[in-house]
Design a protein around this ligand. Structure first.
Ligand SMILES: Cc1ncc(COP(=O)(O)O)c(C=O)c1O
Length: 446
């Protein structure tokens, strides 16, 4: 479909930031990625996800531009595994971070070079490890001693020497508060430092494995550039110690993802210039150290690259409540975007209607159609008074949106996924209807 030209009357603009850097968001002048939301709804129906591929490319470039030499990027596919999005990101020239055999198949089909792919995640099955080894991916991050021995055997059977990283367990509280690599915790992710050193000693002498370095994911959704740089410095120090003791050069340190985006009005975006400065300082220090001079750093951002480049658009099917506190019920809810309920963090909503700017603003509750009280996008948020038929967009929905949803709950249609590039909107994942979902079920005749 070709987008309609921007309309002079403007689709309504709500919660939209003032004109800012071109990497900040996809809602501008009432248009989503320069396309009229009404046209998107007309051509693809609602609910739908819409992604701004141009914006993703600009975010890749903006981050890449501040990184010092020796830094590489791999997009964390879990944030948005839509093939049409991944094919675009592959074309941006960065790698991919995958977490399953399914994601491996997806990135290969999307056009990522196997050598640019890193695989990380607990519970990798033998067949997934074998597929990754066979594909020749650039690194498998090993999460436990058991997995290390399984991978060693698989690589031996396949007559391959598989490059690996060893994942350090980080303190539980690091996920949400301070980034602190105490390396002494036993948990679901990675290995405590003493176990990791044991793994390094084994890997360094195995003919089937090539120990590149270490991996550690610090914390999610960090908006503080200093904390991100501190995390990188800490994991490099751990990597140097581990590689030194194992008697191998430290070739790669994977500092994970976690680069954040603002979700609420008033939150400040990550200061990329400051991040670049802090990382340059580190690089300069490492360049003085023969043990670190050749080392590369991999960052695996997911949310940062795609979050602001996606919106979830649903239609108001009912308005109830009172005049003072209306409740708008949409044709999609947390079945399509569960993040709000999981993380308990509201995301910005925009009423997309030509006359919305002229309406009075009221504290509005925005909810989906599911039979659970969890299915609420926002409680008493100031919005132009909603009407049946309005389109409402949830912004910053490009990461952990569609992919983290629960599409089977209550048998509603899934959202369609649409990508926009150069003003052209194309369907990248058709909506699945309840009837299609039924076709995948069996009622046995006992
Ligand atoms: C190993 C790994 N790398 C990268 C990411 C991406 O994180 P984010 O989207 O916060 O950048 C995740 C997220 O869970 C992860 O587990």
């Amino acid at each position: 479909m070709r987008s309609e030209p921007p309309r002079a009357d403007g689709q309504l603009v709500e919660g939209q930031p003032a004109e800012g850097p071109a990497i900040d968001g996809m809602l501008r002048n009432g248009l989503l990625a320069d396309v009229s939301p009404a046209a998107l709804a007309r051509d693809f129906g609602t609910p739908l996800y819409v992604y701004d591929l141009g914006l993703i490319g600009r975010r890749v470039d903006a981050l890449g531009a501040v990184l010092p030499s020796g830094f590489r990027l791999a997009f964390a596919v879990k944030a948005n595994p839509a093939l049409g999005v991944l094919a675009h990101i592959a074309g941006c020239g960065i790698g991919a971070d995958i977490a399953s055999g399914g994601e491996l198949e997806t990135v290969l089909r999307a056009g990522f070079a196997p050598v640019s792919v890193a695989m990380t995640g607990p519970g990798k099955r033998d067949e997934e490890l074998a597929a990754a080894v066979t594909a020749g991916i650039g690194a498998i991050t090993v999460e436990s001693l058991g997995e290390l021995h399984r991978l060693d055997g698989i690589a031996a059977t396949l007559h391959r020497r598989q490059p690996i990283l060893l994942r350090l367990a980080v303190a539980e509280e690091a996920q949400f508060e301070r980034v602190r690599l105490i390396g002494g915790v036993e948990g679901k992710f990675g290995m405590p430092l003493p176990v990791l050193k044991e793994a390094a000693a084994f890997a360094a002498t195995s003919p089937n494995l090539e120990l590149l370095g270490v991996h550690a994911f610090g914390a999610s959704n960090l908006l503080d550039a200093g904390r991100i740089a501190d995390h990188v410095a800490e994991i490099v120090a751990v990597g140097k110690e581990v590689a030194g003791e194992a008697g191998v050069p430290l070739r790669l340190v994977d500092a994970g993802g976690g680069l954040g985006i603002p979700y609420a009005d008033g939150e400040r975006p990550l200061d990329l210039a400051l991040l670049g400065t802090r990382l340059e300082e580190l690089r300069a220090r490492w360049d003085q150290d023969p043990a670190l001079r050749e080392m590369e750093i991999l960052l695996e951002p997911g949310r940062f690259l795609v979050g602001p480049a996606g919106a979830y658009v649903a239609r108001v099917v009912d308005v109830k409540g009172t005049d003072e506190a209306p409740v708008a019920i949409l044709d999609g809810g947390i079945n399509h975007n569960v993040r709000v309920a999981l993380v308990r963090q509201e995301q910005r909503l925009a009423v997309l209607a030509p006359d919305a700017g002229a309406r009075d603003r009221v504290p509005t509750t925005v909810a989906g159609p599911l039979c659970t009280g969890l299915d609420v996008f926002a409680l008493h948020v100031e919005l132009p008074r909603p009407r049946v038929g309005d389109l409402i967009a949830m912004l910053e929905a490009g990461a952990y949106g569609f992919t983290e949803s629960m599409p089977f709950f209550l048998s509603h249609p899934t959202p369609a996924e649409v990508a926009v590039r150069g003003g052209q909107a194309r369907l990248i994942r058709p909506r699945l209807t309840p009837r299609e979902l039924l076709e995948h079920q069996i009622a046995p005749r006992w």
